[in-house]
Design a protein. Structure first.
Length: 199
């Protein structure tokens, strides 16, 4: 993960790490704290890097997946498209790793950020699709369901999506908390907490 992503509420790598027990986040990009690549790829470990499309990358599909060693450590750069493309170049230990790219697929469902390219995916979506090829479509579908839930609930909480349009539903507790937050805000205004005299 690029260090600038750490505090962003729209970051999806954190959700992926919570959803996948055997995953870890390693922060990179800080000059005073270098990424320890040894902890990612040991001498005996089989690893590959999931990378934005390149002419010399291997397309990850059912055939190529069968030829990959197991168990496999899949390294997924997290950050903006520009930041992710620099990972394999700037981290010398990754130069020897095979680079995998995803086949063309449906457009991203990530509506919290806007990408200049239609084919771009969020980190979570890229991981879900890669695992779908490596481990099975059922796991991919469960991950994508979780992802859609996150996106819809964040949009709803921002007032950008009606509850009736949320295909994954909004818990009743969320409505209750929303009403409490609204009441707290209106009370603050009535008491003059917004800088007025409350009249």
């Amino acid at each position: 993960m690029h260090w600038r992503e750490q505090k962003l509420t729209t970051n999806t790598a954190v959700l992926a790490c919570l959803a996948l027990p055997n995953s870890e986040i390693h922060v990179r990009g800080r000059q005073d704290n270098r990424l320890m690549t040894e902890s990612l790829i040991g001498v005996e470990e089989n690893a590959a890097i999931l990378f934005p499309a390149e002419s010399h990358a291997i397309e990850l599909n059912e055939i190529s997946a069968r030829n990959l060693p197991r168990p496999l450590t899949l390294i997924v750069p997290d950050g903006s498209w520009r930041q992710a493309k620099k990972v394999a170049i700037r981290e010398k230990a990754f130069e020897r790793l095979p680079r995998l790219t995803l086949p063309a697929g449906p457009p991203s469902l990530y509506r919290l950020r806007h990408s200049p390219h239609e084919e771009n995916l969020s980190t979570f979506e890229a991981i879900a699709r890669a695992i779908g090829i490596l481990e099975g479509k059922e796991i991919q579908e469960k991950l994508e369901g979780l992802f859609l839930m996150m996106v819809e609930r964040i949009l709803w909480s921002r007032g950008n999506l009606k509850a009736s349009k949320c295909t994954t539903g909004i818990p009743e507790e969320a409505f209750a908390l929303s009403r409490l937050a609204g009441m707290a805000g209106s009370c603050k205004g009535r008491e003059g907490g917004d800088g007025s005299d409350g009249k």
